[in-house]
Unconditional design. Structure first.
Length: 189
């Protein structure tokens, strides 16, 4: 939900939105298939659920497609919308930053994850953060330079199934990561 609209992904059947107060004023994405979406600055980005792959960039009000970023890539990380029209996506092998207006790739970095799960991406100040149950990977937004990799959890990543984390929150220079057993781990960015 964003800006008075409720967005409902219907996988291979497209995406619809409704007025949040009345449930009326239905808008359909005309067949753009999405797994889920995120809205910011009048744009909705969603992971493609069809053979085109990549991340669709739609107008948040009309659901008309503006661009397809990363065509053909199987996006495995939850994409992140950043300030100034930035989009970060990951496919398990690379993390890349794109300009939403042009679709141009600003940088791309190879990644290797200890448990094979890339995890979602988050913007935090001048960093792009990727968090999964076993590690935190940070990149400088301006250059893509990989910063430190840190083990956040109190568990053994090779044997503990609880490491599948939920969301994370970066605020005041501190990162908070939640785990399925209720544990919250925090550390400085």
């Amino acid at each position: 939900m964003a800006d008075g609209r409720v967005y409902v992904p219907r996988l291979l059947q497209g995406l619809v939105s409704y007025d949040a107060r009345t449930g009326g004023d239905r808008v359909d994405s005309d067949g753009v298939s999405c797994e889920w979406g995120q809205v910011r600055d009048g744009r909705l980005v969603c992971v493609g659920a069809d053979e085109q792959g990549g991340v669709h960039v739609l107008d948040a009000r009309t659901l008309k497609r503006r661009a397809l970023v990363g065509r053909g890539r199987h996006v495995r990380s939850g994409p992140a919308l950043g300030p100034g029209g930035l989009l970060a996506i990951g496919d398990g092998e690379t993390v890349s930053l794109h300009d939403l207006d042009t679709g141009r790739t600003l940088w791309s970095e190879s990644v290797e994850h200890m448990d094979g799960n890339p995890g979602p991406l988050y913007f935090a100040d001048d960093r792009l953060i990727q968090v999964n149950g076993a590690e935190i990977t940070k990149f400088a937004v301006a250059s893509g330079e990989p910063l430190s990799r840190t083990y956040p959890g109190p568990k053994d990543w090779e044997t503990d199934e609880l490491l599948q984390n939920g969301e994370c929150l970066a605020v005041g220079g501190i990162l908070y990561v939640t785990f399925s057993d209720g544990t919250v781990v925090s550390g400085y960015l």
